[in-house]
Ligand binder design. Structure first.
Ligand code: ZN
Length: 422
């Protein structure tokens, strides 16, 4: 659990949890003195991070009616990115947690390090151009493993970005806080954020990402990510489901990824599954075909989904997350996998009658193929709420300037002071 950024973090957290709190109610909720709250709120108003809602109901003791406060959802935007080998997805998310715009860019097989870093930079520039408020942070989800401490991707499956100091390069270029985590972790943050907005915040979320190259697992518990020295990657794809099964590049046999990954799906339809651009494109096409009614495509994804269901039941028996969310890197892919997942769980229920509520705890990613990019932004928003001072220091004092101008205008009328320009 990250620590609060002093009193400011406690105040912003209170305002995020409950809209319309007055200053004295924030003091009660945080245990801070009214003077401390009042000073902090003035700074938040100066930076346009908080809006006044107008006077609330009068208290029974009479006196001035307290003014309710709320976070300004348009105070700033953050960028979320999902970097895959075959494409980069980016989005702008405002402080209110709403996606303002989405951008995607396909990447050609064999793209160089500079081509990927350049494409990421171009996308951030484009999102900043579209943004109507200041962009204050960047969150990046990628395939793992990742070294969180130094912000470097270490995936053997992603040679173009392997060992590249991506976070350092982005901080150097854009000068704003930047964080890099495994995509599944970022997606889990996003789901938790959506659930919190719906007032159903779960204590734990397991997010399962179906990708061309494998199957990843991200875990959030009590608001914090399960982080390992692999960047939080849960290599669900390398769970053994058949000791005598298909050989896996990890050195074992019968790994889930050999039956349920995008690559396994492409091969099950008799297509070449080598790591070519065409093979990754055919995964997207299979998802589209299934959606359009192609029986072979549907049955292949559903079968892969049954294997995935086997892995999900293991995740549930090991960790019992309150919510299990399934998402894929292509539109419609996860939807069809889910048919197979349900079939597997229903078969267990017919045989044993166990876990009747498991299906209710499993759902599709609410943001679809934007789940990781949205989650990467959500993680940065969550970080802001807990430790606001870094982003606060980046924001201009627009609220203070507006009040100063108002005061000046008022003074002008009263005192007939003439402002002249030279
Ligand atoms: Zn394996």
């Amino acid at each position: 659990m990250e620590t609060f950024d002093g009193s400011m973090g406690r105040i912003v957290t209170a305002l995020q949890k409950q809209k319309g709190l007055a200053r004295h109610e924030i003091a009660d909720a945080t245990g801070l003195t009214r003077t401390t709250v009042s000073k902090a709120v003035t700074e938040l108003l100066d930076k346009d991070l908080v809006e006044e809602l107008g006077p609330g109901p009068a208290s029974s003791r009479g006196g001035r009616r307290p003014i309710g406060l709320k976070l300004n959802p348009h105070a700033f935007n953050v960028v979320g990115l999902d970097i895959r080998r075959e494409k980069i997805t980016g989005c702008l998310v405002n402080l209110g947690g709403k996606i303002e715009t989405v951008a995607t860019r396909k990447m050609a097989r064999g793209s160089t390090t500079e081509a990927y870093v350049g494409a990421v930079g171009d996308m951030i520039v484009e999102l900043k151009r579209r943004s109507r408020s200041m962009v204050t942070a960047i969150g990046v989800g990628s395939i793992g493993p990742i070294n969180v401490a130094d912000g470097v991707i270490h995936s053997r499956d992603f040679p173009a970005l392997r060992n590249v100091a991506l976070v350092d390069r982005l901080v150097e270029a854009f000068g704003i806080p930047t964080a890099l985590r495994v995509g599944a972790i970022m997606a889990a943050y996003g789901e938790e954020r959506i659930a919190a907005d719906q007032s159903t915040a779960p204590r734990s979320v397991a997010f399962i990402v179906i990708d061309y190259g494998g199957i990843g697992l991200g875990l959030i518990s009590g608001g914090a990510a399960w982080l390992t020295n692999h960047g939080g990657v849960g290599e669900l794809g390398h769970l053994t489901i058949d000791l005598a099964g298909r050989p896996c590049h990890c050195g074992r046999r019968g790994c889930l990824t050999q039956y349920a990954s995008g690559r396994a799906l492409v091969e099950s339809l008799g297509q070449s599954g080598d790591q070519s651009e065409a093979a990754e494109a055919s995964l997207a096409q299979i998802a589209l075909d299934a959606e359009a009614g192609d029986a072979a495509a549907r049955s292949a994804i559903i079968q892969a989904g049954e294997y995935l269901g086997c892995g999900i039941v293991d995740v549930d028996r090991l960790l019992r997350p309150e919510r299990i969310v399934v998402g894929g890197s292509h539109d419609h892919l996860a939807d069809w996998y889910m048919h197979g997942v349900h079939r597997h769980i229903e078969q267990i229920q017919e045989r044993s009658g166990a876990d009747p509520k498991l299906i209710d705890r499993i759902s599709l990613a609410q943001k679809g193929s934007t789940a990781i990019a949205f989650g990467a932004a959500a993680m940065q928003l969550e970080h802001f709420v807990r430790a606001p001072n870094q982003i606060l220091s980046l924001l201009p004092r627009v609220g203070a300037d507006a009040r100063a101008a108002q005061r000046l205008a008022g003074k002008d009328k009263q005192d007939h002071v003439q402002l002249t320009t030279q």
